[in-house]
Design a protein around this ligand. Sequence first.
Ligand code: UD1
Ligand code: CA
Length: 454
Amino acid sequence: MPPRRPPITVVILAAGLGKRMKSDRPKVLAPLCGRPMISWVLDAAAALAPTRILLVVGHGKELVAEALTAQGQSKGVTLVHQKEQLGTGHALQVCRKELGKDPGRVVVLYGDMPLLGTQTLQDLVALQRRAAEGGAAILTACPDNARGFGRVLRGPNARVERIVEEKDCTPAQKAIEEVNTGVYVFDGKALVDALPRLTNDNAQKEYYLTDIVALMAASELPVVAHETEALEEIIGVNNLSHLSEARWALQQRILEGHLLNGVGIEDPATTTIDHGVQIGPGTRILPCTVIRSGVKIGAHCEVGPFTQLRTGTVLEDGAEIGNFTECKNARIGKHTKAKHLAYLGDVTIGERANVGAGTIFANYDGKHKHPTHVGDGAFLGSGTVVVAPNTIGARATTGAGAVVTRAAGVGAGETWVGVPARRLAQKKAGAKSARAAQSKSRPSRRGRKEKTRA
Ligand code: UD1
Ligand code: CA
């Protein structure tokens, strides 16, 4: 039997105020492709299958806890409260009780590194096991712009000696290209032994986690560094400019995933697709389209250009949602089309229905949102307004500009026209269809002017 590997504890530091973000909200809750920044880091941590995750929270800790629950990520995560943010080293010191005397292997991550990849993390754990048993492995990089990163000081034989924060660097140290990315794998016992020895004797008067490296190196414990080439993974989000950089990189990853699944994305540069969107193969996404988290799109649909699909939207196979059309909490049946200038809010529409240009489902009465149901094969003429709650039966038709008042309830196969919309008398069976009848009828003045329908 192979020797049992020590358990892994992941500690994620997320207590910082994030002053450079110029926002009152905790930095780690900054939205990133449809979920909070911390969710991305938790995913990376979970991929290590740790026995537990300690999340150090401080500023806005209730908000962080709420977000974790909302994202379904609170399982296996213990929140540790750092009342005062006295530095990254102090953040680990407050975990003393949870860590105990010999916590096995301890992986430390910062909550502001949303792009960190699973493989990179696994490789670093393997490196620590192989080359730094009893000590530490740290992830370093040589980015084009070393902005704000701590620099890695190496001694004879390129041995890592310490990390110097940018604010504490001499000009010569500042010129060092290798930086500390902020990912560490420690021997847990060596870590808890070193933690009480940290001091705050530095430019920021903070207890730096990075000084652990120097303490271990000085004690002749092994410290190894792995330089990653995956520069995009090391982005540490300190301000909104970094956040937009991270968003762009994550967005590319998400789009790439859909493209490889057979989803045609005509212009990735103007397409926003959040995390957690399902899209079937053969679907085409046209430029300037925004698709929010949780949306489900079937196969062979067409979305865009200039379309917004908001939370709760489901497009069944073959549905087409076109330009300047917004869907929110809308279920659109197979092969149903809403191609131009429409608002589809809180609505379920059956199969092969047609929603004419300019149709609005008026779902909000100023206090509450209300639903509308539209049956299979219904045909809503251009500029129809359906005031919710309401139902439009299967194969029903509305004339251009019809305003179907609240709860009017258009029956199956009926034709309603005018403002407010009224039902047209039904022709006898075998006579002209309701739709043909409508074009002959004399609806409201507004309806009369309209010669064509979408
Ligand atoms: C840190 C590193 C730096 C490294 C860089 C990588 C230190 C001292 N410096 O600097 O060497 O190059 O990350 O991006 O560690 N936090 C707490 N409690 C605190 C302070 C911070 O939980 O008291 C958390 C923050 O929420 C954040 C993380 O720790 O998620 C890092 O803190 P931050 O202030 O962003 O450190 P950097 O200045 O970026
Ligand atoms: Ca940072």
